[in-house]
Design a protein around this ligand. Structure first.
Ligand SMILES: C[S@@+](CC[C@H](N)C(=O)[O-])C[C@H]1O[C@@H](n2cnc3c(N)ncnc32)[C@H](O)[C@@H]1O
Length: 235
């Protein structure tokens, strides 16, 4: 608004009506690209100690040979890499079997995805990640920490607007945190949640942010007994 010389919202609203291309600029300004590794520790602790090992055992029991995960609004890859680190260093050793975790990580923001692909992080991004995991998963170079190659495997980053499309295929785990259920209006939340539930495999889980909840009256998922941010597919 300052750049365009507007001092009040109503003038900017009129400008938006007259200049549809301005919506895109406004949309990109409103993208909050803040994330960090192991964000919301309690949720990752439960996932790592109970939910994911049980899921891995269940998938192996039913003859599955991979676990598929989608992180929606993945920012610079913090969530996707956290999961791959936990999977390889905590979950697989607990189930004593090899079972690859394949992650599709989507975001609308091109620059954030570029940073994700580079995989270099400042110390502040890692402040919640337990020290022993930092030591095993990163190589420090000056002020930055580069994620080791083994934790980059099986992660595909895609530029996608979740309002327009969802990634192909179906998933055992979907992370949708601090995006849809924080920033979007109710009707859009319901529409996207419908797509997410369709993409969840039987016994799959949906993880939302700690300050988020699903729209009222939604069916198709129920809260997991282990943590209110984790939902499991019902029926
Ligand atoms: C606040 S960050 C949350 C990152 C991560 N999920 C977390 O909880 O730490 C929100 C992310 O959603 C992305 N985003 C915003 N609008 C989007 C859209 N329409 N489609 C896909 N990603 C979007 C932003 O670029 C940003 O990286």
């Amino acid at each position: 608004m300052t750049e365009l010389g507007f001092s009040d919202f109503s003038a900017y609203e009129v400008y938006l009506d007259d200049h549809p291309e301005e919506w895109q600029i406004l949309d990109s300004i409103l993208q909050i690209t803040i994330s960090r590794f192991y964000r919301d520790r309690g949720v990752f602790d439960i996932l790592c100690s109970r939910v994911l090992p049980l899921m891995a055992k269940d998938i192996l029991l039913h003859g599955g040979d991979e676990v598929r995960c989608w992180t929606a609004g993945c920012c610079s890859g913090e969530e996707a890499y956290t999961l791959q680190i936990l999977w390889k260093l905590c979950v697989l050793p607990a189930v004593h079997k090899d079972l690859p975790l394949r992650i599709i990580a989507t975001d609308i923001n091109h620059d954030a995805l570029k940073r994700a692909q580079e995989g270099n992080y400042s110390e502040s991004s890692l402040k919640d990640l337990p020290k022993e995991l930092i030591q095993k998963a990163f190589v420090q170079s000056g002020k930055f920490y580069a994620i080791r190659k083994t934790f980059r495997e099986n992660i595909e980053f895609l530029e996608q607007d979740i309002r327009l499309r969802l990634p192909e295929g179906s998933f055992h785990i979907i992370f949708c945190r601090n995006l849809v259920f924080t920033y979007f209006e109710d009707a859009l939340q319901r529409q996207i949640l419908g797509g997410i539930i369709e993409k969840l495999l039987k016994r799959g889980i949906l993880v939302v942010g700690i300050h988020e909840s699903l729209p009222k009256g939604v069916t198709g998922v129920i809260q997991h007994e282990e943590n209110p941010c984790i939902y499991k597919k019902s029926g």
